[in-house]
Design a protein around this ligand. Structure first.
Ligand code: ATP
Ligand code: MG
Length: 632
């Protein structure tokens, strides 16, 4: 008997047959079971380094490793848990020669956009579709493993398919010339090489006995291709919940779960029934939400914890009142002895969280924003990172373009012309020598690069030097755009960089799994409220959860109303959010923010709440106002 597992969880954790899928609802202990299985495998003789665990975020990966190491100590040394991207990146770096990616530079979505724009401009054809549109189709096609034409059709885009294909080809050509790897390449190159090349396949497979995947419902066809290549003799152990699939827009395909046994003959499917996270009243609401779906999710969550308090729905006049109340309520609970970190505020998007953020800041409530604008994606940090990228790879023309355009009188055309010459040079020093001979502004760029080069290639040193040298220039640039705040970020990035030995290792890690500034800054400071986007909240839980903005037009979002599939995805998003709460779930909405579209009201998930499922509280300010829904 394994401590802390119920009999079904234990059966799954110790499953000794072949491949296995654990399909179970929220909070039923899927992640706990994966952790227990890893510990079980190691303690029954599988060497830790031969186990690969794939999860959705770095946060989750770190937690799994820590828990197993806590249980097993030294025996668990060498255990790896990572995201699909980080796992593949490790392979690409370790076997760069075999994969042909030895000196490749990883680029993030912003760079991809920039490169598509450059390529589009170079084709000199104004009728070509907009770069931003093509980027989406291109990435979708690759994640879903379909042709560009099929991707255009599936995304219902009215574009000239041939033109899109031309642009994508030109982009791929340029990417190859420059040695760039975009986010999707990382998986694509590994999957294709494994499929094509028996030697590489054997090389990689030889090292893996067990392959465990959490949050399987959000994996996409490309990721499936990878797993498919890596299995046998390695055993797959995948856990997931089809009712929590919320990444369709990125190509996640629920068939990876639903067709599991057809694709993997002989695989076992195990179920877990009991929810250990929440009290029954909270689950009743989540169950009701799924019951109203045309899809039969076949999930009825049952609380092992029994009864608790009902979910509360609070109505306000405005979203300001709503945000202020959330902040007041948090403060009151804190004064009453609760810890900040027992609270989570779930929002649809970083933008949607702004109101709450304002209220938290005003009341000086410590919070950590998870899922917002990423630190290494913010403009001033990218400006400095351009220098680091050039030190790591002087053929990085996107980095050249970013850096050169910071200097006076250097526009896109000039920067591109210079970058195009630099990518043909054999060393950064040659580029610096060339810059030195040019106009004063560019001679300054040469000085900057020279200064940065002195003192070695350690990422933290290079970053610090670059940030210091660039500060006067950046100050002018961001003078009216929160420079004082931006300036402080540099110390944080430097601290992150100091944990890495190589520039490419540093940049890659944060490109693959970016962190928001407040996540980073508060790493050492545990007691903070989590302000989190629902898409980032998978797998997490907190005693008290707030869901502000529970209005018609938001749940489901008006943008989803044109398609049944999208409305269902919205339902799952709502379900994920509601099932995060352990003891209390507090939904809030404001009358003034109600969508005026009748379709939004018709589709509203809470439009026919049965009596007694939630407790409705109307704020004083909102009493007597025109509530379309206050009749309940
Ligand atoms: P999600 O679908 O949200 O990812 P999950 O199925 O992965 O949820 P876990 O996060 O593993 O569920 O577990 C939910 C909560 O229930 C955790 O706090 C976990 O520690 C607790 N739990 C799970 N199984 C048991 C058990 N057998 N005994 C006591 N607590 C349990
Ligand atoms: Mg989980």
């Amino acid at each position: 008997m394994i401590d802390g597992l119920n009999p079904s969880q234990e059966r799954a954790a110790t499953h000794d047959g072949g491949h296995c899928l654990v399909l179970a609802g929220a909070g039923t202990g899927k992640t706990r079971t994966i952790i227990a299985r890893v510990a079980h495998l190691i303690s029954t003789g599988t060497p830790a380094p031969r186990i690969v665990v794939i999860t959705f975020t770095r946060r989750a990966a770190r937690e799994i490793v820590e828990r197993v190491q806590h249980q097993l100590g030294k025996m668990a040394e060498g255990l790896r848990a990572s995201t699909f991207h980080a796992f593949c990146m490790t392979l690409l770096r370790r076997y760069g020669d075999a994969f042909g990616t030895k000196n490749a530079t990883v680029i993030d979505p912003d760079d991809v956009n920039a490169l598509f724009k450059l390529v589009r401009a170079s084709l000199r054809d104004k009728s070509l579709p907009k770069a931003a549109e093509v980027v989406k189709v291109y990435s979708f096609a690759r994640n879903v493993s379909v042709s560009i034409a099929e991707a255009c059709a599936r995304q219902e885009l009215e574009v000239d398919v041939d033109a899109v294909i031309t642009l994508c080809k030109a982009y791929e050509q340029r990417k190859k010339e420059r040695g760039y790897l975009d986010y999707d390449d990382i998986l694509h190159i590994v999957a294709s090489a494994l499929e094509r090349d028996a030697k590489i396949r054997e090389l990689v497979k030889r090292q893996i006995d067990e392959l465990l995947v959490d949050e399987m419902q959000d994996s996409n066809p490309l990721q499936w291709r990878l797993l498919d290549q890596l299995r046998d003799p390695a055993r797959l152990f995948c856990v997931g919940d089809d009712a929590q699939s919320i990444y369709r827009f990125r190509g996640a395909d629920i068939r990876n779960i639903l067709d599991f046994t057809a694709r993997v003959p002989g695989a076992s499917v195990l179920k877990l029934q009991d929810n250990y996270r929440s009290t029954q009243e909270l689950l009743d609401l989540s169950n009701w939400l799924l019951d109203r779906s045309p899809i039969d999710y076949n999930k009825r969550l049952r609380a092992t914890r029994g009864q608790g308090c009902k979910p509360v729905l609070r109505e306000f006049w405005s979203d300001w009142d709503e945000a202020d109340w959330v902040a007041d309520d948090l403060q009151e609970r804190y004064r009453g002895g609760a810890a900040w970190h027992d609270h989570m505020v779930l929002v649809r998007s970083a933008f949607g969280g702004r109101g709450i953020e304002r209220a938290l800041l005003a009341k000086e409530i410590p919070y950590r924003f998870i899922g917002g604008v990423k630190l290494l994606e913010s403009a001033h940090v990218r400006d400095v990172l351009a220098v680091l990228r050039l030190v790591a790879n002087h053929r990085d023309d996107l980095a050249w373009m970013r850096l050169l355009q910071l200097y006076p009188k250097i526009g896109e055309v000039t920067a591109e012309r210079i970058a195009n010459t630099f990518v043909t040079m054999d060393k950064l020093e040659a580029c610096i020598a060339d810059l030195r001979k040019r106009a004063t502004a560019l001679a300054d760029a040469a000085k900057l690069l020279e200064a940065v080069r002195q003192g070695g290639d350690a990422p933290a040193t290079v970053f610090k030097k670059a940030a210091q040298a660039m500060a006067p220039m950046l100050e002018i640039r961001y003078r009216n755009d929160a420079w004082d705040q931006r300036k402080r970020d540099f110390a944080v990035v430097e601290k992150l960089a100091s944990k890495h030995d190589t520039i490419s290792g540093f940049i890659e890690e944060y490109l693959l799994e970016p962190m928001t500034l407040s996540e980073v800054a508060k790493l050492d400071e545990d007691d903070a409220v989590s302000l989190i986007t629902i898409h980032s909240s998978k797998g997490t839980e907190k005693p008290v959860c707030y869901m502000p903005g529970m209005n018609p037009g938001m749940y489901p979002h008006v943008r989803a109303l044109h398609s049944e599939d999208e409305i269902e995805e919205e339902r799952r998003v709502t379900y994920v959010a509601m099932t995060r709460a352990q003891d209390e779930l507090i939904l809030t909405r404001s009358v003034r923010a109600f969508s005026s579209e009748p379709e939004a009201e018709d589709a509203y998930f809470l439009s026919e709440l049965p009596d007694g499922l939630v407790e409705i509280v109307v704020d004083e300010n909102a009493r007597g106002r025109d509530f379309r829904y206050s009749a309940w």
